[in-house]
Design a protein around this ligand. Structure first.
Ligand SMILES: Cc1cc2nc3c(=O)[nH]c(=O)nc-3n(C[C@H](O)[C@H](O)[C@H](O)COP(=O)(O)O)c2cc1C
Length: 233
């Protein structure tokens, strides 16, 4: 379709959804009906995957087990005892250009909260909330069989984004929680998972609290020219 053609209402709605979705880190205590969560997961699983292998699992953790998981993760984090992660996420060392993006996203988060750069206690208090799944009504742990390589993680990422978009379309908010992947052994021990089940991340999901300052966190994106170019002869 030539770019001068007006966008269809469906296209406009789709663009609005993708543009408006943001990570939500504070939730109302209104429960998410099981049937709604299941419908979002079914939509998310329409994501494409290599050879349609559909890798990964979404585990909903509830009740006392969720409390036990949060307590164990907070204890690990407070003890400052790092674990060997199941997979490498960020480049190490982080190149300067990426470090700037990381700093900008932290600034967006802590700026929305009014937490100053040198306010260690304020930053720690927010970071700790990762391990409580931001008190969201739904806490998910995302896992993948250890035999999958980068391709499997890529496929699972598409499913994860599908879930976040489906949630946003339904008026729900979500936030992926990579911080969970720092303690894979603890997650497996508390949840009784096999050592072959690698811990990818967590996901908080629920009705976003419209009053919460943290939910006004707004991140920027790099310019198109930064990640897209045409190569031709
Ligand atoms: C796989 C993954 C892991 C993430 N882990 C965390 C996390 O541990 N804590 C957190 O507050 N946000 C986390 N985020 C949210 C990112 O910080 C956020 O997506 C990014 O800053 C862009 O902001 P937006 O989602 O609001 O557009 C994660 C996002 C992804 C996709």
């Amino acid at each position: 379709m030539p770019i001068s053609e007006p966008m269809s209402p469906e296209s406009q709605a789709h663009e609005a959804l993708l543009t408006a979705r943001r990570s939500m880190r504070a939730y109302l205590q209104q429960p998410v009906p099981d049937v709604l969560l299941q419908s979002l997961l079914i939509q998310a699983r329409r994501a494409p995957s290599g050879a349609n292998l559909q890798p990964g699992h979404f585990l909903q953790v509830r009740g006392g087990l969720r409390q036990a998981l949060s307590q164990a993760l907070l204890a690990d984090w407070q003890a400052g005892a790092p674990e060997q992660e199941d997979y490498a996420y960020f480049p190490r060392p982080m190149p300067m250009g990426l470090r700037k993006r990381q700093a900008a996203s932290a600034q967006a988060l802590y700026g929305a909260l009014g937490v100053a750069r040198d306010d260690r206690a304020g930053r720690d208090a927010q970071f700790a909330r990762n391990y409580r799944f931001f008190d969201a009504p739904v806490a998910l742990v995302v896992t993948i069989d250890q035999r999958f390589g980068a391709g499997g993680y890529m496929d699972l990422g598409m499913s994860l984004y599908g879930l976040q978009l489906a949630a946003a379309a339904a008026g729900l908010g979500s936030c992926a929680i990579g911080a969970l992947a720092s303690y894979p052994q603890t997650v497996r021990r508390v949840l009784g998972l096999a050592s072959s089940e690698h811990i990818v991340c967590g996901l908080a999901l629920g009705w976003p609290d419209p009053e919460a300052a943290v939910n006004r966190t707004c991140t920027e994106r790099a310019a198109l020219a930064d990640y897209f170019r045409v190569l031709e002869s």
